[in-house]
Design a protein around this ligand. Structure first.
Ligand code: NAD
Length: 243
């Protein structure tokens, strides 16, 4: 039977590339999107034309009831969930003194509560099947911290703590939980960076480039096949930051 995977925030960027890679592996993908219906429909059409197994589902994963709907839909239609990729995220550049309570709540709910809630929803099925893979897309900033991205960094550090704790809790049920902590990846999230800012990062990076969404998808491809890696935070950043 085909494996079933949910990818959150999959209409563009890293999530879209992960969805494409999983579908190319013969996995039934449920690509979640929040607002970008047109992009999600295009992804579905493109992959279906190639004979891949792709479905899309609209849900704001910062909200408990919408995480519940996404998982309920998947289980009713496909009976199981083998892989969960918690990818949805937002970023914000502000000094700590400018961050509002609303900013804090939006960032925490979108980047951290969403992953926690999705784990809560998928785990009963994974535990029943004694099999599962959960991969959280965190960030290098969760490891080393980023000026003016304090709340973002907090949410990503929280994701890594979720990864480590959950790996211990559900390892005996044969469920592997890992984080991928990307460095600078060429997506819409970084569209406001200037050429000089990108060059500055490239100059500091041993592999002399920034990342592509495909670099993250390749690591996921390895992680969903590997059998003895859990609770790990894997930094994919061309050697830009080596901890
Ligand atoms: P992106 O902005 O292109 O993609 C983020 C996706 O998340 C979008 O499709 C967006 O619609 C979706 N999303 C946001 N809020 C959502 C919600 N409430 N419900 C459902 N979907 C929602 O950026 P990206 O670079 O592809 O980011 C993907 C992940 O990678 C994020 O978690 C981001 O923090 C992380 N990341 C990115 C970089 C980078 O340099 N691009 C570096 C480290 C980590």
């Amino acid at each position: 039977m085909n494996k079933v995977a949910i990818v959150t925030g999959a209409s563009r960027g890293i999530g879209k590339e992960i969805a494409k890679m999983l579908a190319n592996e013969g996995i039934q993908v449920i690509a979640n999107y929040n607002k970008s219906e047109e992009k999600a429909l295009k992804l579905k059409k493109d992959l279906e034309e190639q004979g891949k197994l792709i479905d899309i589902f609209k849900a704001d994963v910062s909200k408990q009831e919408e995480c519940e709907s996404l998982v309920k839909y998947t289980l009713e239609k496909y009976n199981k969930i083998d892989i969960l990729i918690n990818n949805a995220g937002i970023d914000q550049y502000k000094l700590i003194t400018e961050v509002t309570k609303q900013d804090w709540e939006d960032m925490l709910n979108t980047n951290l509560y969403s992953a926690f809630c999705m784990c809560q929803q998928v785990l009963p099925n994974m535990i029943h099947n004694k099999s599962g893979r959960i991969i959280n897309i965190s960030s290098i900033w969760g490891i080393v911290g980023a000026s003016q991205e304090i709340v973002y960094s907090i949410t990503k550090a929280g994701l890594d703590a979720l990864t480590k704790s959950l790996a211990k809790e559900v390892g005996p049920s044969n469920i592997k939980v890992n984080s991928i902590a990307p460095g600078l990846i060429d997506t819409d999230m970084n569209k406001d960076l200037t050429e000089d800012e990108v060059k500055y990062v490239i100059d500091q990076t041993p592999l002399e480039r920034i990342g592509k969404p495909q670099d993250i998808a390749k690591c996921i491809k390895w992680l969903i096949e590997d059998d003895f890696t859990t609770g790990q935070i894997i930094s994919i950043n061309g050697g830009w930051i080596i901890t």
